[in-house]
Design a protein around this ligand. Structure first.
Ligand SMILES: [Zn+2]
Length: 159
């Protein structure tokens, strides 16, 4: 499969030593492939398992969907940093932190996040209308998103 974007062959000498003549590639004309991270405000490493640093491929896809649909839009509107306490959890780590057996963290469908105003952030997520579960804890929010099936828009409070 060829890249649809042309390789630029500039006039000899028109570019200051950016690569060997004549194969100078204009990087901006080569957008990243679809598998690359498209998240605006978050980095993949913020969602890896806290015990082992793992983020399996399917969980990674789910995290990207969670960010694209829920967290990035919320972050955009909130306008201030959102800290990820917990994203993907491997089964061992999920047990260690007392997560429920079928926790969405195990699939990378959920993240626990906090910011300077969790109540406001919860409001924004609710108003944006795209979430599966939004659980409001005293010090953080648990929010999830499913790539397939129905996103329930369930808002809950927990102690
Ligand atoms: Zn782990």
């Amino acid at each position: 499969m060829g890249c649809p974007h042309p390789t630029i062959a500039p006039e000899r000498g028109s570019y200051p030593s950016v690569g060997p003549w004549p194969y100078v590639r204009a990087k901006s004309l080569h957008p990243p492939p679809k598998t690359e991270i498209t998240m605006k405000y978050f980095k993949e490493k913020e969602f890896v398992c806290r015990c082992c640093g793992e983020l399996p491929p399917v969980a990674r896809e789910n995290i990207v969907a969670l960010v694209e649909n829920v967290l990035d839009p919320a972050r955009e509107r909130f306008g201030k940093p959102i800290i990820v306490n917990s994203g993907y959890r491997c089964p061992k780590h999920n047990k260690e932190v007392g997560g429920v057996a079928n926790s969405q963290h195990l699939r990378g469908e959920a993240a626990d996040v906090r910011c300077t105003d969790n109540k406001r952030l919860a409001e924004i997520i609710e108003q944006n209308g795209k979430y599966d579960q939004l659980i409001i804890y005293p010090t953080f929010l648990h929010v999830s998103w499913k790539r397939s099936g129905v996103n329930r828009r369930a808002k809950l409070w927990s102690r």
